[in-house]
Design a protein around this ligand. Sequence first.
Ligand code: NG1
Length: 723
Amino acid sequence: MRHVESDDRPERPTLVILAAGQSTRFGRAKQLEPVGPGGGSLLEYAVYDALRAGFGHFVLVVRERQRDEFEARLRPMRGAGISLSLACQRLVHPDLVPLAPPGRVRPWGTGFAVLAAATSLRRRGAFAVCNADDFYGRVAYERLAHALAAPPPGIRAFAVTYSLADTLSAFGGVSRGLCEEQPDGTLLRMTEGLDLRLDGAAQPTGEGADASAVRPDVVGCTPSGAAIRVGADSQACMGLWGFFPDILPLLSRRFESFLAASPGIDDEFYLSETVSNLVVAERTRCGLVPAGKGWKGVTFPGDHEGVAVSLRQLTDAGAYPVDLWTPHVHAEPVRSAQASLFGPPQALPGGVATAPGRINLIGEHIDYNGLPVLPMALDRHIHLEFEALAHATVELEGDSAHGPFAFRLDRAAESAPAGHWSNYVRAAARGLLDHGVELRRGIRGTVTGTVPVAEGLSSSSALVVASALALLHANEEQVEALELAALLARAERHVGVQGGGMDQAASLCGQEGHALRIDFEPLRVTPVPVPEGWRWIIASSLTRAEKAGAVRELYNERRAQCAEALERVGRTSWLEVMEADQAEFATILAGAQKSLPLTLSRRFRHVATEGRRVIEAERALRGENMSAFGRLMNASHASLRDDFGVSTPALDEIVGVARDAGAAGARLTGAGFGGCAVALCGADEAKAVIEALIDGFYAPRGGVGRRALFVADASNGAIVTSE
Ligand code: NG1
């Protein structure tokens, strides 16, 4: 619905650029290597060419540790208004690989890289996939764009092909996907050819006019060692593909089978092999799109020079500007993009707002008491893909459980029935409006996500944050991150839970590889590095902590009890209690125990001791004393169970199973009353802990199903990638 223009032209396709390869052969990271005369890398030329061919969005699949380097290098592209997002390729995947097999370091391969990019893809749009270190030429993207805009019936994929001889290297044998064609022009099968080179024995002698026109065969072998001899004009696929979204479930299924077959530590799940298998075994039809000449790639260091010379020639001939992304140069290709195919560029700002959920490591039910907490942003996100509207309405749709809704911004303060997901979006809008932000434009879009809902992982705050960022972006407004976190925390209370400010701050200010110490009044966020070699396992108790229902009352009751307890002991600030010296602290606790009714004295003890545990936990993290951190988690759980009354038998059981299996510590996380537990363990223990949870907790309950059981990585905070 939303990305089809009014004249029914399809939305602009996305180009997924695979840039997570190890480049072992080339000897250094080649994806960002300057090759063009103005220092442009091959992937920048890919974006430039694809943009002119009518592609509208770009997703770059990179390795986690190269992310910052890519972000920095690609800033000029973003500055030129290109809709670009980065997807990290990891060994784990929320749905497909909850835990990396021990010893595996090699990425899972190109087919998996496409699955890693899937969450960044437009849901209904066609997309292409290319390698970052190949130059495919403008013609290739144009032909592919045409094919994707008007596919023959039944076609689910396209492979762009080149004449094999034009893809060989003078510096050594190369691997290529050799394509055989059916009579109807679609792919019959693809064979991986290794060590391909012109047959030296058959080199033309150069005697006579005819002899020089004879092209020798190309020879090489298959992965199983069988000899290959093919004509030099055979079609070779160089990794430029076109797809429609329905290929993704097929790829996932194939990857699941690949994993189920216990692959060797270096086995990879290749895209070309998978498409080829789909064609042969499942009759998936893959069209061939010959792109003529024009491919250039860097397989060997010696190839580099040749590509640089070609790009210099193309630039001198006026095919490319020297600097690809200076605004005056960039304006031309965008305007001249294939408007007839994909419609005109959008005039109003749009993009994707991505906000992570969070896991709280320690410091539970104390944020609303003004005491510091120690969460981290999760590598699970809410994505809000949006376009700005000239009128002030919000029109969103979600998945099957989260149906479409719309509201007028001037009526954001009116709530939908309790539990309706639009209330979080309304809260975000209301928070911005109350803060004085002028929202003249609304948004229309789609919400998707990977944060498990009602599991204590803050999917609600991630939605609030993503909504606020989308509205700000649509209105070309800005609010500083901490100010935004504070106003959104206040705003989310309109939904009914009198929550603290931890979740919104974690989602906005997350930092990869870091936990976050968050202090309140005023809000401050201090990243604390998580030492290498430790893992956080998130495990669902299989009971949802649905804050729209009974949990809301229990939560608000706890908050009121804390305030009452503090007041009855004659104090005005929890911070003052927490910061008392050891002797005074003991006196305060003893006094509270004597003067307060039992429940209130227990609540008091939890808040006071939990605050001190956070400070000690931060110290343990900084000192890399993770066994001390684990002990503090255990003490936190006991306190939440015995004094604060928010644990459940299932959470207690999970925590026990994890500890027995070798976790350094485990505790419930989030508000409790269901939801998840978090266990800390050494990287080597993670597998055993997960297996113990599966066998000891989930198996007797019918399995974990689609509920949370995964290893969490500390991730970056929310962002908007713009179109
Ligand atoms: P979750 O885990 O999302 O239910 C809630 C509050 C936090 C904090 C924790 C308990 C909201 C949005 N979040 O989180 O502020 O108080 O409980 O530590 O209400």
